[in-house]
Design a protein around this ligand. Structure first.
Ligand code: ADP
Length: 311
């Protein structure tokens, strides 16, 4: 098994007992060797590429586990990631890593343990991705309205998800309105705030006659969160899930390189509604505003030009 591991991983760290905390003081090790069903953790391999957390693969006698550690934050962010992965997994449609366990670390910080997925080439799965995403949207339904049973984050920005009966109200207050207020507070940007408020007032008119049903959204679907397993099945990761308008899933499409075959496959399952392109501009605005709030003025003109299309 060591030869197999070395084929695709960086040189791993061999974990003799002395190099690592005991299972009693390390909740990750403890879970893997009890409920996780492993008798032995053979190696821990660091995985690069994450923006926020330390990721590793834990090799054991029952197979690998994927573990993310946050050294500073309590478990609420990982709890929201777990809830999102569970909701998507429960639709039985697109592949997502199965979340196993979230908890606090002894002094500070938190961890999430989930299914390890070996990623493969994803270049042929665009049509499958479109079809399975649409199926996830359809099967993930709720009678509680728009929202989610937990707040989460979009990037590191809070994303509030209180159950709300009306989509326009939810999107106006908890999505666009929230980000506009954040820009006003952070940058004292009155201009974008005031023009943004005028857009918010127009939302009922823009959505008049549009029938919106709550479907389960990944919520942050861009290429960094889309992969494929070794069999070529699409895999989506790192969600910011909530129940919302299916079209809102395309709010990050400017970073997703969806191909025409992706859209064709998606619209075969969920037919494209009149006015789709116009509304997707609004859904993009939410994410542009979030990028403005997270990364600064480079995203301001993209926000403004969308707002000006409507007011
Ligand atoms: P962060 O929360 O810090 O953004 P990511 O979710 O981006 O971390 O994950 C970090 C790295 O781990 C990425 O390279 C990603 O491809 C990989 N990864 C994420 N989830 C899994 C998984 N379930 N199995 C294997 N590798 C994973």
């Amino acid at each position: 098994s060591e030869a197999r591991v070395n084929q695709y991983g960086p040189p791993g760290e061999l974990i003799p007992g002395a190099a690592m905390a005991s299972a009693e003081s390390d909740p990750v090790r403890h879970w893997i060797t009890t409920e996780g069903g492993a008798t032995q953790i053979t190696r821990i391999w660091p995985i690069g590429g994450g923006c926020i957390n330390d990721a590793s693969r834990y090799d054991t006698d029952v197979g690998p586990f994927f573990v993310k550690i946050n050294r500073n934050e309590g478990p609420s962010m990982f709890a929201a990631e777990q809830a999102g992965l569970e909701a998507m997994h429960n639709t039985g449609t697109i592949r997502v890593p199965r979340p196993y366990k979230v908890g606090p670390l002894p002094r500070r910080g938190s961890y999430i343990i989930m299914e390890y997925i070996q990623f493969g080439a994803s270049n042929r799965s665009q049509a499958v991705l479109g079809e399975q995403l649409a199926e996830m949207h359809l099967k993930g339904s709720t009678d509680r309205g728009f929202g989610f049973h937990m707040d989460n984050t979009i990037g590191s920005t809070p994303q509030h998800n209180p159950w709300t009966k009306d989509w326009v109200e939810f999107f106006r207050v908890h999505r666009l309105g929230f980000q506009l207020s954040l820009a006003q507070q952070q940058y004292n940007d009155q201009d974008i705030y005031v023009k943004g408020q005028r857009l918010l007032e127009k939302l009922p008119e823009i959505f008049s006659g549009v029938h919106v049903q709550p479907v389960l959204l990944h919520g942050d679907l861009w290429s960094g969160n889309i992969s494929a397993d070794v069999d070529g099945n699409p895999v989506i990761l790192d969600p910011a899930c909530y129940y919302g308008h299916s079209e809102a899933e395309f709010g990050m499409s400017w970073c997703a390189s969806f191909s025409p075959s992706f859209y064709n496959a998606y619209f075969k399952v969920i037919p494209k509604q009149p006015g789709f392109e116009t509304r997707v501009e609004l859904y993009k605005l939410y994410h542009y505003l979030n990028h403005y709030n997270l990364f600064g003025s480079g995203y301001r003109s993209s926000c403004m030009s969308i707002i000006k299309q409507f007011v």
